[in-house]
Design a protein around this ligand. Structure first.
Ligand code: B12
Ligand code: SF4
Ligand code: SF4
Length: 360
């Protein structure tokens, strides 16, 4: 039976404030459905301009990503969750994954983007959302909700912006004024009819729950972005992958070709990869919002799910170039590095070794 459950935003916020800390979730909000996404055209233009970088799964059914009701016609709202994996990137951050640096003596772990140094968020966040929804079901037994993180066809950043979790930066990341952008997103279409939310498609100024509030003072008009005249991320990107009109060109992004790309690194891209082995944090590391978040970071403790896995730090590059399929599976199962496949990891290590050799 598809019976909506009616609840006020206030009551839902109280429940989320009780349950999110227990489940390691830092931000949570809701968007009324149906909703028209204010930046829907940007998505269609992005695809039409072929900026998806060969990530074919994005092209399947573009309309599903902007309209959750196509797959979940019974849904009344979309819940959105955020879970931090880092305090931010301080001005002193020197790791190659955050600077592109060719540091010969950098630890293996420094060469890996921060989101990927611990357990896989597809596992951790999804489980946290499922458990939290299970607890909400104790209050509302008729609750129906299907959580997803990356795994569902949703423009998660756009939905998160509408749910009040943060603003959209020129690096295309969702940024929270106090926490920066070092958090994952997950969504869940559900049958909660939440009264008192902004009308679908109108952004909220605050999430329903936040481990810290976004701003010190409430705002009247909610901006899409709070970048102002800053262009640090656009200027710092080593491959010119960011532009102000369409956002990120996945063809040019180091993150794409060290994580998602199958096959050889294009010769003209190899030098740009610098000392980066997996993922890329440069356009987040230079962001002033992340710098300030790092400065105040210790005040808001992180869940340990994404703590650096010290077993991986010991691997050296030469070892990675020769890593066997079996060893790769043994070491990287349940971590985000799994996504690279053994051949991708060998390829990435080979590029970094080649770039380091160019220092001699
Ligand atoms: C494909 C993908 C990638 C691709 C393409 C990234 C991209 N920017 O499009 C690649 C492989 C390059 C990538 C890299 C990374 N990714 Co990724 N990725 C995704 C995925 C699966 C889909 C993104 C997508 O639909 N892109 C298409 C574009 C058009 O959509 P969009 O960027 O979201 O932008 C839309 C709106 O947000 C809005 N918008 C965005 N920015 C701006 C800026 C302005 C000024 C305006 C007006 C509007 C606007 O317009 C667009 C249309 O609605 C999402 C999960 C999901 N299902 O959403 C994760 C996701 C975006 N990735 C994530 C992460 C962590 C990363 C990396 C940091 C990993 C790393 N360290 O290497 C980098 C960051 C690179 C970057 N600057 O984006 C997180 C981001 C969390 C956050 N706080 O923002 C997500 C949400 C995964 C998750 N579940 O947590 N990713
Ligand atoms: S992740 Fe790296 S390569 Fe991709 S846009 Fe950001 S700085 Fe550029
Ligand atoms: S670096 Fe500057 S332009 Fe880029 S996202 Fe951060 S504030 Fe915006």
């Amino acid at each position: 039976m598809n019976v909506p459950v009616t609840v006020s935003a206030e009551v839902l916020a109280t429940e989320l404030a009780r349950l999110c800390p227990e489940h390691g979730i830092d931000l949570a909000g809701a968007v009324e459905l149906p909703a028209i996404l204010p930046h829907e055209q940007r998505w269609h233009d992005w695809l039409a301009a072929d900026r998806h970088g060969g990530l074919e799964y994005l092209t399947g059914d573009p309309q599903d990503r902007v309209d959750p009701l196509r797959r979940n016609p019974w849904a009344k709202s979309l819940l959105v969750f955020g879970q931090r994996y880092t305090h931010g990137w301080g001005a002193d951050s020197t790791e190659p994954a955050a600077t592109g640096a060719l540091a010969p003596d950098a630890l293996w772990v420094d060469r890996v983007a921060r989101y990927a140094r611990g357990r896989d968020y597809h596992d951790v966040l999804l489980k946290a959302m499922k458990r939290l929804l299970g607890r909400l079901r104790e209050t509302w037994p008729e609750l129906k909700a299907y959580p997803a993180t990356d795994t569902g066809p949703y423009l998660e950043r756009e939905w998160a912006w509408l749910a009040g979790l943060g603003f959209l930066g020129k690096n295309t990341c969702l940024i929270h004024e106090q926490l920066g952008s070092g958090f994952f997103l997950g969504v869940a279409p559900c049958n909660l009819e939440v009264t008192g939310l902004p009308p679908g498609g109108t952004p909220a100024s605050e999430p329903l729950y936040g481990v810290v509030p976004r701003r010190r003072r409430p705002v009247v008009a909610v901006p899409t972005t709070r970048c102002g005249t800053c262009t640090r991320c656009v200027d710092a990107c080593p491959t010119d992958a960011l532009d102000l009109h369409l956002g990120l060109d996945a063809h040019r992004c180091i993150s794409t070709w060290t994580i998602e790309w199958q096959g050889r690194t294009p010769p003209e891209r190899r030098a740009d990869q610098g000392g980066i082995l997996f993922g890329c944090d440069i356009c987040q590391a230079v962001c002033p919002w992340n710098r300030r978040a790092a400065e105040r970071g210790g005040q808001v403790p992180l869940s340990d799910a994404y703590a650096t896995d010290s077993a991986h730090a010991e691997l050296d590059l030469a070892g990675l170039i020769a890593i066997s399929d079996a060893e790769f599976r043994e070491r990287f199962r349940r971590t985000p590095l799994w996504r690279a496949h053994p051949e991708g990891m060998r390829r990435n290590a080979d590029v970094v070794m080649e770039n380091l050799a160019s220092l001699d």
